[in-house]
Every structure is written in structure tokens, then in C-alpha cells.
Ligand binder design. Structure first.
Ligand SMILES: [Zn+2]
Length: 70
């Protein structure tokens, strides 16, 4: 006696919850842009803070990412 082959069920791809992801994606984008600004452009022509504190704090990251420095 032979058994019937197992019934095939259609598998659907996992749905991506776009509405749940969008706020976090926007948040990550804003934080990322702020980090890039502070590492790459702060203490330049668009400086928000006086002095060299932020420049010195992010100096290694600036060189690592190839931003012009000195
Ligand atoms: Zn430098």
C-alpha cells in the first residue's frame, strides 16, 4: 500500500511591516545625519558651537572617514 504524497501548501513570503519600520528609519536617518554633520562639518563654516571641543572630540573619526581636516 502506497502513501499519497504530502499535500503541498503554498508558502507566502514574509510581509515587511513598512508602517512600523518607517518611524525608526526616519529616526535613524536623522541621528545618522547629525553624526555625520558633527564629525564632518562642525567647527567649519557652518559651526554651531564655538571653540575646538567638538573638532578635537571627533578628530579621529574625521580622519577615518576622509573628511578634510588639516
Ligand atoms: Zn585632523
Amino acid at each position: 500500500m502506497t502513501q499519497a504524497p504530502p499535500a503541498r501548501t503554498a508558502s507566502l513570503p514574509a510581509q515587511i511591516p513598512i508602517r512600523e519600520i518607517i518611524p525608526w528609519a526616519v529616526f535613524a536617518l536623522v541621528v545618522g545625519l547629525l553624526l555625520i554633520y558633527f564629525v564632518g562639518a562642525e567647527q567649519g563654516a557652518t559651526s554651531l558651537f564655538g571653540g575646538n571641543l567638538i573638532h578635537e572630540f571627533t578628530h579621529d573619526g574625521r580622519h577615518l572617514l576622509g573628511f578634510p581636516c588639516h
